[in-house]
Design a protein around this ligand. Structure first.
Ligand code: DGL
Length: 278
């Protein structure tokens, strides 16, 4: 017997604030939909945590979205996409036996397109330690662009700098220069740099100071937004379950005052959030 499915908001998840850079582009591209954003600020950063822990935290968050009535959840976090998405899709979701529950990530849509930006066939990836160690980008890009060589650089200090609102400070220059140099030392041919962490667009102006003007810097917001649009077109049955009330709600696992203040930097306008427990 078929049960009638209620429509729900699209869930957008990140370990903290970073996913807001993605949500911003998603809302710009798909403004009529309803969204619930959750930042697991109480347990951020994820980038230095084990596979098991990132999977456990991310699956808890996905289940929370499902309890809130969401059918579609976007992991707007590279670390969660790299370390948890596959297990969620292959192990957790099948147990639910609900074909209307879907979870998407940010790595595959980026890998599908990133090779189109390079002329030299050398791409640099800046990401968290977790994303780099997972080699997810190397493996995914290879599937779509086998002739592209991927050079990776972990930037473990970027997320703490941004989460502590120090990304515009003089002190941040030291780490931006250090990580950029370590990446560019790997090859003289890198002409495209992917910001493979949703926090990093906040450092884009500083990053531009340490690369030559011909090098392209790619953020994921637009890529993920266009890929979601395409997904909804290709899956009308899921699209029909996504509420279109033109509404965005914000949730955090930590203190709402801190979230409201800091999230403004990412979102560009005042935010009022609700605290939840996972
Ligand atoms: N924003 C997350 C990403 O895209 C990382 C932040 C963290 O380390 O928790 O990878």
């Amino acid at each position: 017997m078929n049960t009638v499915q209620q429509q729900g908001a699209i869930g957008v998840f990140d370990s903290g604030y970073g996913g807001l850079t993605i949500l911003k582009d998603i809302v710009k591209t798909l403004p009529t939909y309803s969204y619930k954003y959750l930042g697991d600020n109480a347990r951020t950063p994820y980038g230095t945590r084990s596979f098991e822990t990132v999977h456990q935290y991310t699956w808890q968050a996905v289940q929370w979205f499902f309890q809130q009535g969401c059918h579609l959840v976007v992991l707007a976090c590279n670390t969660a996409s790299a370390k948890a998405l596959r297990t969620i899709q292959q192990t957790n979701l099948p147990v639910l036996q609900d074909k209307h529950k879907r979870v998407l990530g940010v790595i595959r849509p980026t890998a599908e397109i990133i090779g189109n930006y390079t002329q030299t066939n050398h791409i640099g990836i800046l990401g968290t330690t977790g994303t780099v160690q997972s080699s997810s980008y190397v493996l995914e890009i290879e599937k779509f662009f086998p002739s592209v060589k991927v050079h990776q650089q972990a930037c473990p200090l970027f997320v703490p700098l941004i989460e502590n609102n120090e990304h515009n400070s003089q002190g941040a220059n030291f780490f931006v220069e250090k990580y950029l140099q370590e990446l560019l030392n790997q090859s003289n041919n890198i002409d495209t740099i992917l910001l493979a962490c949703t926090h990093y667009p906040l450092l884009i102006n500083k990053i531009k100071n340490y690369i030559n003007g011909n090098t392209k810097i790619i953020s994921q917001g637009e890529i993920v937004a266009n890929s979601l649009k395409d997904y909804l077109l290709r899956h009308p049955e899921i699209n029909a379950l996504c509420k279109q009330e033109n509404k965005v709600e914000f949730f955090t696992t930590d203190n709402t005052t801190a979230f409201n203040n800091q999230a403004t930097t990412f979102w560009g306008q005042a935010i009022s959030s609700i605290q939840i427990e996972l």
